[in-house]
Design a protein. Structure first.
Length: 130
């Protein structure tokens, strides 16, 4: 029996929600025909977006910056996929999105990073008044 996972990443600018000729960029991650959409929270001028090649046209600093960001995002999403595969974990599009956005169970809040003993005390009700 052949087991193969399908994995793809696509980028697009959403013209339906465009304001002032600028549209938000999205990434669509597909794993085994299940997909999720991730807002990249970046805007791109619609007249510069190349829908066929999924990148910004031109050589301006803005175009180069956005295209570089798209490539970094592609590499990061693929690295998350590879890490899950290497660890032998179940790979789903939703899990890749969760890790990409930093919402997985391994994420810590700023307070947890700054003062872990304080957090442990709160959770176990061992904080004594001063």
């Amino acid at each position: 029996m052949r087991t193969s996972k399908t994995f793809s990443i696509r980028f697009w600018a959403n013209p339906k929600k465009a304001k002032n000729n600028s549209a938000l960029l999205y990434a669509r991650v597909t794993v085994n025909q299940k997909r999720v959409e991730i807002s990249l929270k970046r805007k791109v001028p619609l007249d510069l977006w190349d829908g066929k090649n999924k990148k910004v046209l031109g050589h301006s600093s803005e175009a180069k910056q956005i295209n570089h960001y798209l490539e970094e995002t592609r590499v990061l999403l693929f690295q998350i996929y590879q890490d899950l595969k290497f660890q032998g974990e179940l790979i789903t599009a939703k899990k890749i999105k969760t890790i990409f956005l930093g919402e997985d169970e391994n994420s810590k809040t700023l307070l947890e990073l700054i003062d872990p003993p304080f957090q442990t005390g709160i959770l176990s009700n061992e904080i004594t008044p001063i």
